[in-house]
Ligand binder design. Structure first.
Ligand SMILES: [Zn+2]
Length: 416
């Protein structure tokens, strides 16, 4: 199973270089590439990792106010993306009233729209990384020129059902893009809520996309810590069904989706410390997230102060990765040192993630389910009175380690 890192901020580039051997590839959001094109292109070219560019077209579907800055103007990265894709998008988005959203009928020429979105992915990194200044920089990392993306992603939008106009529009975009792009495989992004994935919807999606060999699923706002058994099973079912005909990846995901490797999931992508799940209507790049520590046995993040309490109660939960051994030297008091070196939080998480992904291929389902239950039984009552670590992030309710029980139940069920 492969892990792809979703690029988020330029301040993370040095950390990403440090953990380069922990990832199999990169996902580059198009609005960052459009807005900070030279540094982003140079970074991607110098990394020599397989990558694809997420065209981020769902942004245009959001209510106008989500795309505005504090002064009430289009955020610069969104404006740049509109300009990059042409097709009058800037004016379409700008002239909507608050609360109004773009409709498929606003795109006058779907062929031209697909052409702009796909060509940007084919050309931008190569073009921007070939200036003499950029070339010199890239050479420092032992690279000569940029690789082409491993997949080209047709424009995609979130749909609420298979009868939604956006569902039909997505299919048309995939069809048009396939006519244009011959040399690089297409990667189709399926973006919807896990709650709509009943048997007939999954069947329809599988039938409509049966000609596409690479599918990337984005389960909108799928918070693994708050997921119920039905949602877990729906997620497993779409992955299992589509993986019989295509290679299936997910665009976001944490440990629960890693478990879906058993159902045919080939790869997952996520951010370096955030972005294990994401909702379409959160404005990209808005606001930072509090620094969090990933507790390996819990397969989830906790604030540093909570981690402090937990590790003092249960010293055996201390991580023994290279980063943590060096930082903490077996002393839970030293967790506070991560506050001064947040890049180490990222290195620790990516190191642990790599071992989680490698382990999934080696452990049987029954042993895994037993492990999840054992961690729940050992630690739940001790930590369940601590404040909900996820509350600020998502507003979901969560109680201690109950999610581990739910995961165990969801993954041990037979899908048939
Ligand atoms: Zn660690």
């Amino acid at each position: 199973m492969n892990t792809h890192l979703r690029f988020g901020m330029h301040r993370d580039t040095e950390v990403i270089r440090d953990i380069c051997d922990k990832i199999d590839g990169l996902v580059i959001p198009a609005h960052i590439l459009a807005y900070q094109s030279a540094p982003t292109s140079v970074f991607v070219a110098s990394m020599s990792k397989p990558y694809f560019i997420d065209p981020m077209t769902f942004i245009f579907q959001n209510p106008k106010e989500n795309n505005l800055n504090e002064a009430g103007n289009l955020r610069m990265s969104i404006r740049k993306l509109c300009q990059t894709y042409g097709n009058n998008l800037e004016s379409i988005i700008e002239h909507k009233s608050n609360g109004q959203t773009m409709q498929p009928t606003d795109i006058a020429d779907i062929g031209k729209f697909c052409k702009e979105v796909c060509e940007f992915q084919c050309k931008s990194i190569e073009e921007k990384s070939s200036s003499s200044k950029a070339a010199k920089y890239i050479k420092r990392y032992g690279k000569v020129h940029a690789n082409l993306p491993r997949l080209i992603i047709p424009p995609y939008f979130r749909f609420n059902s298979v009868t939604d106009v956006w569902y039909a529009f997505n299919l048309a975009c995939a069809f048009e893009s396939a006519k244009l792009i011959k040399d690089i495989p297409l990667g189709i992004i399926i973006h919807c809520s896990v709650n709509i994935l009943d048997a007939s919807t999954i069947k329809k999606i599988a039938s409509d996309y049966s000609n596409y060999k690479s599918i990337i699923i984005w389960l909108d706002d799928f918070n693994e810590l708050a997921a119920d058994v039905t949602q877990i099973i729906n997620a497993r079912k779409i992955i299992s069904t589509l993986s019989k005909q295509s290679k299936v990846e997910t665009l976001y995901g944490g440990y629960l989706l890693i478990e879906n490797n058993r159902d045919g999931l080939d790869a997952l992508s996520h951010g370096i410390l955030y972005g294990q799940h994401k909702s379409f209507n959160l404005t990209p790049g808005a606001g930072g997230m509090a620094e969090r520590y990933y507790i390996p046995k819990f397969h989830s993040f906790r604030s540093l102060s909570q981690t402090d309490i937990i590790l003092h109660k249960h010293k055996e939960l201390m991580c023994n990765c290279v980063i943590c051994n060096e930082m903490m030297k077996g002393d839970p008091d030293k967790i506070i040192l991560f506050a001064d070196e947040p890049e180490k939080l990222r290195q620790h998480f990516m190191t642990v993630r790599k071992t989680e992904v490698e382990r999934i291929g080696t452990i049987s389902l029954s042993n895994e389910v037993a492990d999840l239950r054992q961690v729940f039984n050992t630690y739940h009552s001790s930590i369940s009175r601590l404040p909900n670590p996820d509350a600020v992030v998502s507003g979901h309710t969560m109680n201690g380690l109950n999610y581990l029980q739910t995961w165990a139940k969801g993954i041990e069920q037979n899908l048939d």
